[in-house]
Design a protein around this ligand. Sequence first.
Ligand SMILES: Nc1ncnc2c1ncn2[C@@H]1O[C@H](COP(=O)(O)OP(=O)(O)OP(=O)(O)O)[C@@H](O)[C@H]1O
Length: 249
Amino acid sequence: MPEPILSARGITKSFGALKASDDITLDLRAGEIHAVIGPNGAGKSTLIAQLCGGLAPDAGTVQFLGHDVTREGTAARARRGLARTFQISALAMEHSVIQNATLGCVGATGTPWRIVSRALRRGPLRDRAEQALARVGLQDHAATRVADLSHGQRRQLEVAVALTLQPKAFVMDEPMAGLGAEGSAQMTRLLHDLRHEAPILLVEHDMDAVFALADRISVLVYGQVIATGTVDEIRAHPEVRAAYLGDET
Ligand SMILES: Nc1ncnc2c1ncn2[C@@H]1O[C@H](COP(=O)(O)OP(=O)(O)OP(=O)(O)O)[C@@H](O)[C@H]1O
């Protein structure tokens, strides 16, 4: 089997007496969507933070593209091509769609600020931003202020900003949050295709989306991965049904 793109090995993180991550081992392979599900407080955000560099684990390692990145911060991991989208929007609301996307590339490439204004006008960064907008279907909204976009369009723009990194892997934190049925369907289609550009570690509460998209699912309960498997395996798993899915299956 090829090396995983992103992997956590034995990740452990405590807050006082609480083990928010308890010896978590999971990986993300080329071409897949690996969903992480679990009830509130199970430790999903804590896991994401350790994968992306916002939190250092107490024990265990994180590997990305064959490198041990456990002690690297978020910016270093982003430069390696680890793109993250957030549960809460991190967009500049008063700026236009194209400005947000271009500034995303500027951050990703470490371009000095003195040439930012030029980058916003034309050049390879602007081209990259335009391509990313087209990829998520926002090409006709380049000049629109982010504040004037719908919630669903903002989520699409977040994916576009992540795409400007030309990522090798995505970590997505609840991309369906707050989307209506139509928005979720649109986002589901986008993620379905995106996995072939870069695999996606998807933390998501929307079980319809998870079951529609995931190649594999890991179930987190009280900081532990209690099961990893295909959609069918997870739906049928007795411990998972008892701990999490309840009557939803
Ligand atoms: N900085 C912190 N200090 C203390 N406790 C924390 C901290 N961050 C998280 N926790 C605790 O760790 C546990 C896991 O929290 P985490 O936010 O990772 O769960 P989650 O699965 O992402 O939850 P949700 O689905 O509600 O976002 C919770 O009990 C939470 O209260």
